[in-house]
Design a protein. Structure first.
Ligand SMILES: Nc1ncnc2c1ncn2[C@@H]1O[C@H](COP(=O)(O)OP(=O)(O)O)[C@@H](O)[C@H]1O
Ligand SMILES: [Mg+2]
Ligand SMILES: [Zn+2]
Lengths: 199, 355
């Protein structure tokens, strides 16, 4: 017997492809799904399908949106001279929830990590240069995570934006070292923005 | 800090063992194979969360048992109970009955130095041995040094990966490397600065002990040897060297400059010890370095370290042995393991425990 069931094995393999999920967890999740009621599971499947079909990435900043352009980019009251660079949409969401930042964003979609096969070409860095070159932006605040990968990404960005003649700042690490932006609370976040420094 | 009591369960050859110790330490006597090193190992594990003999905790479980447990009661600047459990492939460390989630919570609670016959590798071994000597000392002195060190290793691996992929032709550029270079230089310079900051005191301390132990009053000198030329600042020198050696880096597929390539240069009467010194001199030097490390820790941490001395003096003559024992017992709690009880017994006032 190679496996219990071909269909079961296929589900396990699909789950395993998700980030942070190894074979053991995949097996547990698959078992859970098979045990659950049909309604519950189909609802999950439906939610995944609808999200995948209905949610896109904002063509300007890379944020998650159901339209072509996200809510932030569409909001005419936002300050378009200040651009905050974050790794993931979740980081943008944390900042929005903290409700102190009035500028616009640029979502990279990750951080440099050669060990995971991620180089500059996998991040939305060309798009960032393009936006900055248009000239409206005066300050770029780099708010990548304060870990080794986020730091290298910040340093790389500051280097390639140098010729563009904009002010480049890095948020201060009031954020506990090693923890991520999307876990930080609003007060910590707003403090780390206020005490940001030139790069 | 010092250890007052240890409780062993299924650890190596100890089925159940409960021992109490003097503040000054103990003299551990017994024939070969009776479990002296095992006892020292158990104390070491409580302090560092790992053994000095193996990376596989399964080996530490008494044959045909399922688990082992070590409990230690420490006292000194404050009281602390540390427990290490291992069962079913999982280890668990508790400080004052609370499980820790990160090894950083354990390291630094107690300062401990192990002296053994292997210490000669500090002199004759690879440069990595000497870097580790410095790093372990600095990690016990400055908690942020350890996190810089871990970050540095990570950044180094990332940067090396970029160079390596280019070398084997999996990529045809090294874009993104500037970010890694900047971070490497930033963290690396902090590490070098910290290492340099203790060199003067460490050198004085080590050469004091060496002269004390050596009958001819030879002069030992320990200096930091950078892998690059110092420029206006550490940072600038580091940058300059890394830029200059880019071609070579691409050829080899790795980072060739930085604290991971630095070294300690050790000389006796200005001659490199690796090449010219006798084995006895090399052993004496290794012991001087280790004792200097302990004495340095004591003065900078305002806390006495624990010294585990596993036959380390076995190869020394009587005069040196006596001087070494006199020195270590003034620094902190000492555990001296030996098969040569008659000779050593006359030299110290430590209470003897027969194992
Ligand atoms: N996991 C284990 N279970 C039982 N006995 C062990 C285990 N590991 C080592 N030993 C025993 O411990 C003894 C070695 O003890 P050790 O502390 O090295 O002796 P010494 O007093 O010479 O330093 C050996 O007899 C060995 O068989
Ligand atoms: Mg032994
Ligand atoms: Zn947008």
């Amino acid at each position: 017997m190679k496996y219990l069931s071909r269909k079961h094995e296929k589900l396990v393999e699909s789950l395993r492809k998700l980030p942070g999920i190894g074979r053991k967890t995949a097996l547990r999740l698959a078992f859970y799904l098979l045990k659950e009621s049909k309604d519950e599971v189909f609802e999950l499947a439906q939610a995944i399908r609808e999200a995948k079909e209905g949610v896109k990435f904002c063509s300007i900043c890379g944020n998650i949106t159901e339209e072509d352009i996200c809510e932030v980019c569409n909001d005419s009251s936002r300050d378009r001279t200040t651009l905050c660079v974050v790794e993931e949409p979740m980081d943008l969401y944390s900042l929005e929830k903290a409700d102190f930042y009035k500028g616009v964003y640029h979502v990279l979609g990750g951080a440099l990590s050669p060990l995971d096969g991620i180089g500059p070409e996998h991040l939305r860095i060309d798009k960032l240069i393009e936006r900055v070159k248009k000239g409206e932006i005066q300050e770029v605040i780099v708010a990548t995570n304060p870990d080794t990968e986020g730091e290298a990404t910040a340093l790389y960005i500051s280097k390639i934006l140098k010729p563009c003649n904009v002010r480049i700042t890095r948020i201060a690490t009031g954020i506990p070292m090693g923890s991520n932006i999307d876990y930080a609370d609003g007060i910590t976040l707003s403090k780390s923005f206020k005490s940001r420094g030139e790069m | 800090m010092y250890i007052e009591e240890i409780v062993l369960e299924n650890f190596r050859n100890y089925n159940e063992k409960n021992l109490t110790f003097d503040k000054a330490g103990s003299f551990l006597c017994g024939m070969n194979g009776c479990g002296k090193t095992n006892l020292l190992e158990s104390i070491y594990i409580l302090v560092y969360g790992k053994s000095f003999k193996t990376i596989n905790p399964e080996e530490l479980v008494m044959h045909s048992k399922e688990f082992f447990r070590i409990k230690g009661f420490f006292n000194g600047t404050h009281k602390k109970k540390i427990e290490f459990r291992f069962s079913h492939g999982k280890k668990k460390i508790l400080i004052n009955d609370v499980e820790i989630t990160n090894m950083k919570e354990l390291i630094g609670n107690v300062a401990l130095i192990l002296l053994s016959l292997n210490d000669i590798n500090l002199i004759t071994g690879e440069p990595a041995m000497r870097r580790r000597f410095l790093d372990s000392l600095l990690s016990l002195l400055f908690p942020d040094y350890l996190s810089d060190l871990l970050d540095y290793r990570r950044v180094l691996r990332q940067r090396n990966k970029v160079l390596y992929l280019r070398k084997i032709g999996r990529r045809d550029d090294i874009s993104g490397i500037d970010g890694w270079t900047d971070e490497l230089v930033q963290i690396g310079s902090r590490i070098i600065k910290r290492r340099l900051s203790i060199m003067k005191d460490l050198n004085e301390c080590a050469s004091f002990y060496y002269t004390l132990f050596s009958p001819q009053k030879d002069r030992l000198s320990v200096e930091y040897a950078l892998s690059f030329q110092l420029n206006e600042s550490i940072k600038e020198g580091f940058y300059e060297s890394i830029n200059k050696r880019r071609e070579e880096e691409l050829e080899k597929g790795m980072t060739l400059t930085g604290p991971h390539r630095d070294e300690l240069s050790i000389t006796i009467n200005e001659l490199p010890i690796r090449k010219y010194a006798s084995e006895g001199e090399q052993r004496t030097c290794a012991i001087s370095l280790k004792i200097a490390q302990a004495s340095f820790l004591k003065s900078k941490r305002n806390d006495s370290p624990i010294l585990l001395i596993d036959e380390a003096v076995a190869e020394l003559d009587k005069v040196r042995t006596e001087k070494v024992l006199n020195s270590v017992t003034t620094i902190g709690q000492c555990f001296v393991a030996t098969t040569n009880c008659e000779m050593l017994n006359t030299m110290t006032t430590l209470k003897t425990i027969d194992i």
